[in-house]
Write a new protein. Structure first.
Length: 96
């Protein structure tokens, strides 16, 4: 008798992930894993993890952008570093 809750086809676990900061794809075993509560975030290296942690709550627009999957972000041809720098400078100008 088959159970209703167990799928008949079990998906293989993924072996590749994209860095949440720069979107570079790599094997999971070569990436840096950051555990934030029950969620695992994957990064190329610890520098990208620290950048993500430092910037994810600075402004609402940066927070929204970092929530989006890296390959779905529309950065207008900029890198994420350039985009975050521009957003922070705009926020500082509007505060002044």
């Amino acid at each position: 008798m088959s159970s209703v809750f167990i799928p008949k086809v079990i998906r293989k676990p993924t072996t590749h992930h994209a860095c949440r900061w720069c979107a570079k794809r790599s094997l999971r075993k070569q990436m840096y894993k950051l555990r934030d509560g029950p969620v695992d975030w994957w990064f190329c290296n610890d520098e990208h993890a620290l950048e993500w942690l430092d910037n994810r709550h600075k402004t609402y627009s940066i927070n929204e952008m970092l929530r989006i999957e890296p390959r779905e972000r529309d950065l207008n041809g900029k890198t994420i570093d350039q985009w975050v720098r521009d957003e922070l400078s705009q926020a500082n100008e509007s505060d002044a």
